[in-house]
Design a protein around this ligand. Structure first.
Ligand SMILES: Nc1ncnc2c1ncn2[C@@H]1O[C@H](COP(=O)(O)OP(=O)(O)OP(=O)(O)O)[C@@H](O)[C@H]1O
Length: 290
């Protein structure tokens, strides 16, 4: 279980402190997926960095982040190194950035497994091969290839397989399929979902694309300018959105519009309080509702 409790993040910038996330609360029960959707600048990446406790020296945190009851904000660097990779893994939009161009895929996989678990090369290779098979990568020649020899879809699959080979308790997926064409995206999401169910991994998936979130998430958080606008079970939020921003987001998805177009057309603000509409369903109050 991941619990984000009243989390606020203030960034130290050259122009002074900047609030980038404000009073965010959500929980992800073990083995389930929570999707965060929001336009550019809504604080999605800041939340992921906070969970990984990256760049912590330039941030001030309020609230808490608990993974299986352990506060991540209270951990020292050594504890955090143990946490990253073992308990929390992440996959990113651009897989190329994760690979060393002069190291083969096989070496990457073996090194990743051996860096976190004391296993022989043979055992690590076995895990790597098993994991790649989850993502339909069964050709043994793949292990001898270099990253640039693989298509974007294959490289993305290898990156996800690498992250999952560590059997993390929590997987953070920040725009995991944005760079892929629609058909490859669907296949990769399906494989990821299958792998997640098999290992009962808790997952936080972040995307601009409500379609991706709708496909994967059990719960959805809609964010804007560092605040939650609406938060609840995925099916209900998608079928009966309450906040006008979520309504516009869902309508834009139906018309297959880009999120950025919606940003221009939605003119509300984010100042109202967040209130519980009913059990486990939260909505930000709008001016017209007062
Ligand atoms: N290095 C930085 N210095 C100053 N402000 C920053 C910095 N990085 C991010 N921000 C600000 O923090 C806020 C949240 O940004 P964040 O990157 O988390 O948004 P996001 O939702 O992930 O956007 P995107 O979808 O474009 O990645 C934004 O207002 C952004 O301008």
């Amino acid at each position: 279980m991941l619990e984000i409790r009243d989390l606020s993040i203030t960034l130290q910038t050259a122009r002074g402190p900047k609030k980038v996330v404000q009073h965010v609360d959500f929980q992800i029960p073990t083995g389930t997926t929570l999707g965060i959707v929001g336009e550019s600048g809504s604080g999605k990446t800041m939340l992921c960095y906070a969970i990984l406790q990256l760049f912590r020296e330039s941030r001030h945190y309020g609230g808490d982040i608990l993974l299986e009851g352990r506060s991540l904000l209270g951990m020292d660097e050594q504890q955090l190194r143990g946490l990253r990779g073992n308990d929390v893994a992440c996959i990113l939009q651009n897989p190329m950035a994760m690979f060393n161009p002069i190291i083969t895929i096989g070496e990457h996989m073996i090194e990743t497994v051996q860096a976190h678990r004391s296993l022989s090369k043979k055992q690590a290779l076995h895990i790597a091969t098993e994991q790649l098979a989850f993502f339909q990568l069964t050709d043994s020649r793949l292990l001898k290839k270099y990253p640039h020899e693989l298509s974007g879809g294959m490289l993305q699959r290898v990156m996800i397989a690498m992250a999952m080979s560590l059997r993390p308790k929590l997987l953070l997926a920040d725009e995991p399929t944005t760079a892929l064409d629609t058909m490859t995206q669907l296949k990769v999401l399906e494989e990821l979902s299958h792998c997640q169910q098999q290992y009962q991994t808790t997952m936080l998936i972040v995307s601009h694309d409500l379609g991706v979130i709708a496909r994967m998430a059990d719960q959805i958080v809609v964010m804007r300018r560092g605040k939650i606008m609406e938060y609840g079970p995925a099916e209900r939020l998608l079928q009966n959105p309450v906040h006008s921003y979520t309504k516009a987001l869902v309508a834009a998805k139906r018309k297959d519009d880009q999120l950025e177009k919606l940003v221009d057309s939605w003119s509300g603000d984010t100042n109202g309080i967040l209130y519980e509409l009913d059990t486990n369903y939260w909505v930000r109050q709008e001016e017209s509702r007062c």
